[in-house]
Design a protein around this ligand. Structure first.
Ligand SMILES: NC(=O)C1=CN([C@@H]2O[C@H](COP(=O)(O)OP(=O)(O)OC[C@H]3O[C@@H](n4cnc5c(N)ncnc54)[C@H](O)[C@@H]3O)[C@@H](O)[C@H]2O)C=CC1
Ligand SMILES: O=C(O)CCC(=O)C(=O)O
Length: 430
């Protein structure tokens, strides 16, 4: 009998043979399909399949023990035909160049879907912020801004938070950029603390956008959100506020998880208690004696599943075991292309990441507009504007999918890429 490690290795090898977990290549595949459906030439694909600019930087940081550690960071700018590029910065040990490139392309698509005047950008640093002190994180954040300062700015490329980055990190980055340029530049970055020009509603925006997509998807599937069983993977910015909004809407949140594992109660979890106990990295599960694994969580019996953590979680290996009727992707890239096909063929309504998680960048845009005009809006105004954008974007993609008889992921790519392609065409680039 082979032992468990051998079985896992065999399963992983089989998975590699069956499907590509490379987010960048899968993204290129769907872009090619979307451009073909829209009737664009191969030249347009050649332009849009890669970022126009990718900067790799080495950031020396003096650690608290006096040693110097050199970190590697990236900033990818997919395309700036529509306007300045925009997108988050993630601090994570598994950040890699190809993933950052894919994430920047998805930002172009999100901005196209929500009709924002931006192209897509994304950044990341290979590091583990959970093992760094507050001061080390500040030095790393400032070092990253110095390293990428030539290619970013309020009218060039505007960063924002993503996995394991938050409003404090945005504040240090904004301060560093303002010092370099010798004037206060709140429009350089979004997701800032409110006192530094952050927008009301940005903290909860990604989760609000996902909530609207869940509400719209439930209507399409013909059941009620009230009493529906919801499972959420990830309990950080996106997942934790989503759990709260789902609970407030009368749904039953039966399981949530963090990087270490999850908790499950078929009668519904005490969300306020979990919110109270989570730390700034979205971790809470260590306080529980009995937990389930993240793979068990994804396969739980439920009505709505929301992956809100990292990429490649629903693959050809587990897609057939997913019990949810609706999967709404709050995370970037949680479902592989093969798994998308399996879920769609099984009648699961899959709301893709580039639509479902677009609430964050939408309110980031509102923050940038407020910074540029120096006049700030109420939270109600922000939420109302976000709602209108998300409902319209959902319906547009749902109808596009029906019209072209394609799944919602391809429909979302078609809507998103069209704006970028048209901007490039009018500029005379292709
Ligand atoms: N924060 C934002 O505004 C936006 C976030 N997103 C996406 O949503 C996802 C979550 O982002 P945030 O909530 O901002 O991050 P976060 O850093 O606030 O929280 C991440 C959560 O995922 C969990 N996690 C990390 N690694 C994991 C693993 N290997 N398995 C299971 N869980 C794991 C963490 O424990 C934590 O609960 C990411 O894919 C991000 O790109 C998308 C759009 C906007
Ligand atoms: O708020 C933003 O500008 C970007 C958010 C982001 O990185 C994302 O949607 O993946």
């Amino acid at each position: 009998m082979p032992n468990n490690t051998v079985v896992n290795a065999i399963e992983k090898d089989q998975q590699k043979e069956q499907e590509s977990l490379n987010l960048f290549y899968s993204t290129q595949t769907v872009i090619q399909k979307a451009l073909n459906k829209l009737g664009y030439t191969q030249e347009m694909y050649e332009l849009l399949k890669d970022p126009i600019r990718m900067l790799t930087v080495r950031i020396p940081v003096r650690m608290d023990d006096g040693t110097v550690q050199i970190f590697t960071g990236y900033r990818s700018q997919h395309n700036d035909a529509v306007g300045p590029t925009k997108g988050g910065v993630r601090f994570h040990p598994e950040v890699d160049e190809e993933e950052v490139k894919a994430l920047s392309i998805w930002m172009s698509l999100k901005c196209g879907i929500t009709d924002l005047p931006y192209g897509g950008g994304k950044g990341g640093i290979i590091c583990d912020p959970r093992k760094m002190s507050f001061r080390e994180l500040e030095r790393l954040s400032r070092g990253y801004v110095r390293a990428i300062s030539q290619i970013v700015g309020p009218t060039k490329d505007i960063p924002a938070p993503d996995v394991y980055t938050n409003s404090q990190i945005m504040a240090w980055m904004m301060d560093e950029y303002s010092r370099l340029r010798e004037f206060d530049s709140p429009g350089f970055i979004t997701g800032k603390p409110i006192v530094l020009g952050g927008s009301k509603g940005r903290e909860t925006a990604t989760a609000r956008g996902v909530t609207i997509c869940v509400e719209e998807a439930v209507k399409k599937k013909g059941f009620e959100l009230q009493g529906a069983r919801v499972v959420i993977q990830g309990f950080g910015n996106a997942g934790s506020y989503l759990a709260k909004f789902m609970h407030d809407a009368g749904a039953k949140v039966i399981a949530v998880s963090d990087v270490y594992g999850g908790v499950h109660d078929p009668n519904g979890l005490d969300i306020d208690y979990l919110l109270d106990r989570r730390d700034s990295f979205g971790t809470f599960s260590k306080i529980f004696e009995h937990t389930i694994s993240n793979s068990e969580l994804l396969e739980l019996d439920c009505d709505i599943l929301v992956p809100a953590a990292i990429s490649n979680q629903i693959t050809a290996l587990n897609a057939a075991n997913i019990k949810a009727k609706i999967v709404v992707e709050a995370a970037n890239g949680p479902t592989t292309l093969e798994a998308t096909t399996i879920l769609t063929e099984r009648g699961v309504l899959l709301v893709p990441d580039i639509l479902a998680s677009a609430g964050g960048v939408t309110v980031s845009y509102f923050e940038w507009v407020q910074n540029n005009q120096g006049y700030y809006w109420s939270e109600e105004e922000v939420d109302d504007k976000l709602s209108r954008v998300m409902i319209h974007s959902f319906e547009n993609i749902y109808q596009t999918a029906a019209l072209h008889r394609v799944d919602m992921r391809l429909a979302a790519y078609m809507v998103g890429i069209k704006k970028v392609a048209e901007a490039a065409r009018f500029r005379g680039w292709v």
